[in-house]
Design a binder for this molecule. Structure first.
Ligand SMILES: [Zn+2]
Length: 498
């Protein structure tokens, strides 16, 4: 059974919550949470559960520091809630500035989610009842936090972080008295005042805010990274707060492993080691990321490679699609579920008229999409799809393709100096290929036969062909490549160099 379907064991209603702090550009590493939630919600709907799927933008979180991507002038905003800080450019707030491309990303990858900003939960008083219960049971709350984390709370710890009415910070205030709905404070800036917890005058600390959201929104399921799920971590404290203070069941957790950037490791907005989620889904086939997450168990970490790795993912997904439509074979009992949860249209897509890998080669041979459509014998129904994929392939080629797969055709009449044995091989290949039927698989076979007949190394034979076509030693898979170039061009290049 698919992991998302195995997760649900009854038919009760679901409120599935996810959350990300919009403190910087959202990268691919951040996408596992929302896509895991989305796949779970689609599995719940498929099971006919009444399902609510929400994304909580943690915009009431304070700016922790001046990240390397921010101007130094942001030091004056450190400690203020993200939604009250101006954006690095434009007129909106800091949090909206980073949320906007994330929400566009969700749209591209077919995530339909109810977006809730934490700042609104405070403004509307949605979390006030939870705060009241916390204040009423403060001794118990402190005991739970200390027992689970096995660390003593700091002497100035308080169950609420008031926002200073003068300097706007929530990290510089010290609570001096609590009487629901008010919290009195003094601030390092010299100000003192009173926050109303029914308004956005401050916020609950994270370990209390998380279960408060479960309580206020009735969350039943939540995916989160293993950092939150560590023993003594925020899920463990949240679970006890939920049970012992709010008297509710904590949401069922779906813990997931990280998405690492292949060869680089953990992604962070602040270290520059990341791939922007919006850039990736805008410049690659948008279903690829969904496929990767639908295919892999959440407990498996993913080595994400937007370059060559993406081509392998697309090959595999194509094979799955062909298998689903009876044109290939894949032994995977989850085939249908994986394709369904990978889809950006809500339905399982037919196999592409031209594979993505092949398109990446063809766009480097032909500028004109019409030539590609003609060559690949795309029927009228598939034309629009191929035109769209050509655009995506072009963007991917200029954004993520490694140099080794980029090439330029040598002019038809250019002579290349080849060693004698390679020249002999080219001559033999020319003879066989002139009489060959022109399809990719047959061309592939003819090349292998000619290599054997000439007692030349396979590698050397391939290199000779690449050298006289693109002036490089490696290139696209030869069968499809030569097929794409057309018989006339290939025989001409071989003849001139034989
Ligand atoms: Zn202040």
């Amino acid at each position: 059974m698919h992991w998302a379907e195995a997760f649900f064991t009854d038919d009760s209603d679901e409120v599935i919550a996810t959350g990300i702090s919009p403190s910087g550009a959202i990268h691919i590493g951040n996408m596992r949470e929302i896509l895991t939630g989305d796949i779970l919600s689609k599995a719940a709907v498929r099971r006919k559960k009444k399902t609510r799927f929400i994304y909580l933008g943690d915009d009431a979180d304070p700016l922790r520091k001046v990240y390397p991507f921010l101007p130094a002038s942001y030091s004056e905003h450190v400690g203020k809630p993200l939604y009250r800080i101006p954006a690095p450019e434009g007129k909106q707030s800091y949090s909206e500035y980073y949320l906007a491309p994330f929400l566009k990303t969700l749209d591209i990858v077919n995530v339909r989610v109810e977006v809730i900003r934490s700042s609104d939960l405070y403004k509307n008083g949605t979390l006030a009842e939870a705060a009241k219960l916390i204040f009423e049971n403060i001794g118990k709350v402190e005991q739970i936090l200390q027992e689970v984390s096995q660390r003593k709370l700091e002497s100035n710890w308080a169950p609420y972080n008031p926002m200073c009415s003068m300097c706007g910070r929530i990290t510089t205030t010290t609570v001096t008295g609590i009487s629901f709905p008010y919290v009195e404070y003094t601030c390092k800036c010299g100000n003192s005042g009173k926050s109303d917890v029914r308004k956005d005058d401050g916020k609950l600390p994270w370990r209390l805010e998380w279960p408060a959201k479960w309580f206020a929104l009735g969350v039943t399921t939540e995916p989160f990274g293993k950092d939150h799920g560590a023993a003594g971590g925020s899920y463990d404290t949240g679970k006890r707060i939920a049970e012992e203070i709010f008297h509710i069941k904590a949401p069922k957790p779906m813990m997931f492993e990280r998405i690492l950037l292949k060869g680089k490791g953990v992604m962070h907005s602040s270290t520059g080691i990341n791939v922007s989620a919006y850039d990736f889904v805008s410049n690659s086939p948008p279903e690829a990321l969904r496929y990767i997450l639908a295919k892999n168990q959440p407990s498996r970490h993913i080595n994400f490679d937007p370059g060559l790795g993406l081509l392998s993912v697309m090959d595999e997904m194509e094979k799955y699609r062909r298998a689903y439509f009876g044109l290939d074979r894949v032994s995977d009992e989850n085939l249908e579920s994986i394709l369904l949860y990978s889809s950006v249209t809500g339905m399982i897509e037919k196999p592409a008229p031209v594979s993505f890998r092949h398109l990446v080669t063809l766009i480097q041979i032909y500028r004109d999409p019409d030539s590609i459509i003609r060559l690949a014998r795309v029927d009228a129904g598939g034309e629009e799809i191929v035109r769209r994929e050509i655009e995506i392939a072009r963007r991917w080629l200029s954004s993520y393709a490694p140099e080794e797969i980029k090439f330029k055709m040598l002019p038809a009449d250019e002579r290349v100096n080849l060693p004698e044995n390679e020249r002999q091989f080219i001559l033999a290949l020319l003879t066989s290929i002139e009489g060959a039927e022109w399809d990719a698989e047959n061309i592939h076979n003819v090349i292998h036969e000619s290599i054997k007949a000439c007692a030349i190394d396979q590698e050397e034979g391939f290199m000779a062909i690449y050298r006289l076509l693109i002036g490089k030693e490696k290139g696209p898979r030869l069968g499809y490549f030569l097929y794409g170039l057309g018989k006339e061009f290939v025989t001409r290049r071989l003849r001139i160099n034989a």
